[in-house]
Design a protein around this ligand. Structure first.
Ligand SMILES: Cc1ncc(COP(=O)(O)O)c(C=O)c1O
Length: 377
């Protein structure tokens, strides 16, 4: 008998919402025109592209012309970091970020270091939060950009973006946040957060893979990564995909309603309570108890190996923080930076819930974990 399939990896990717798929369908079937053309075949695509742009802008609380469509979160992050550096390198060469960013931030930063940028990678505390005082101390007269992720993909910890952005602005420094994990889960208004640049990724918010967007506040100049014709206000060349933009736009429209997250949070808390009931102090929560995404439960099974537990949880899709390198199990870099003890961090499993996760699924996973962990490994 094959095990019931249970998907608890929504931070890795989400399914496409049926309403998103329905909105996209006419652009697969009929509306093939190039949005930049001047004839009848372009009109629908062009109008849909701009509607989609306004839907993304409505979610972020900004103007439509402040949205640049990209191929996803990685491209949006690359455009923000490299675009600012290439534009402002005569003014300064210093960028501040954190040690727990996604590789889509860390790797472009390493690349910019090879081009002469100076980087500060700030540490975080045991809950995954940065200390704004560390930012204050890191700022120099050469700092041009601060980039802190809004919420961490592994442990879900939410950063004090508002305070940090304010501090950056007091020094005339631009502020970018990678909100790939936070949109649709917590409020992400760019004015409330006070950011100049913000990245989103479609496939984390029930839109397809291969589409994302960067919010660029009016007045912020960015050297494009892709030069060509003047698409996207000259900030990203290449014929826009109305199909993908429509998908992202519809997903953003749906994501404005955060009510479904109340149910997800309740379910996530129920999950954690059940695990505590079953395992007591043999489980530990990774991440902040309150400043955390409502769908994310990163739990360590103390003294165990997360990958082995997942290996025995047939049919359950979730992620582990530990990775096997050359036969050795290594702690996830994020948990390492959080100073989680190896015997705790090695047992980390990230469960991330979504809109359609049910209580039944959670109870089944708890029951199966109980069976696995109470029989000898
Ligand atoms: C925090 C964060 N930033 C960026 C990305 C990259 O987004 P994409 O896969 O759309 O390039 C991810 C995806 O895992 C992420 O979790």
């Amino acid at each position: 008998m094959t095990a019931q399939r249970i998907y608890l990896d929504y931070n890795a990717s989400t399914p496409i919402d049926p309403a998103v798929a329905a909105a996209m369908k006419p652009f697969l079937d009929d509306h093939y025109g190039n949005p930049s053309s001047g004839h009848w075949a372009a009109a629908t695509a062009k109008a849909a592209l701009e509607t989609a742009r306004s839907q993304v802008a409505a979610l972020l609380g900004c103007q439509s012309d402040e949205i640049v469509f990209t191929s996803g979160g990685s491209e949006a992050n690359n455009l923000a970091l490299k675009g600012v550096f290439f534009t402002l390198r005569d003014k300064g060469d210093h960028i501040i970020t954190t040690q727990i960013e996604h590789p889509a931030i860390i790797e472009p930063c390493r690349f910019l270091e090879r081009l002469g940028a100076r980087m500060s990678y700030l540490p975080v505390d045991g809950t995954g939060r940065i200390d704004p005082d560390d930012l204050r101390r890191a700022i120099t007269s050469r700092t041009i950009l601060v980039s802190f992720m809004h919420a961490n993909n592994e442990v879900g910890t939410i950063q004090p973006i508002e305070d940090c952005a304010r501090m950056a602005h007091e020094h005339g420094i631009l502020f970018h946040t990678d909100a790939a994990q936070s949109i649709g889960k917590v409020p992400t208004g760019v004015n409330e957060l006070g950011v100049d640049l913000l990245s989103i990724a479609g496939h984390k918010v029930y839109a397809p893979k291969g589409v994302g967007a960067l919010f660029v506040r009016r007045g912020v100049l960015l050297e494009p990564l892709i030069h060509g014709a003047g698409h996207e206000g000259g900030r990203r060349a290449g014929t826009e995909s109305a199909l993908l933009a429509v998908g992202l736009g519809k997903a953003c429209e749906l994501a404005r309603d955060l009510k479904s997250m109340d149910r997800v949070r309740t379910l996530r808390d129920h999950f954690w309570k059940q695990l505590q009931n079953q395992f007591g102090n043999r489980v530990a929560l990774n991440g902040h108890s309150t400043h955390r995404l409502p769908n994310t439960l990163n739990v360590s099974f103390v003294g165990r190996i997360g990958a082995e537990i997942l290996g025995r949880l047939d049919g359950v899709a979730a992620s582990t923080g530990s990775a096997c390198h050359s036969g050795r199990i290594e702690l996830s870099p994020v948990l390492k930076v959080m100073s989680i003890a190896p015997e705790v961090g090695m047992g980390a499993v990230r469960f991330s819930l979504g809109r359609t996760t049910t209580r039944d699924e959670i109870d089944t996973v708890v029951e199966r974990l109980t069976n696995i962990l109470t029989t000898a490994v």
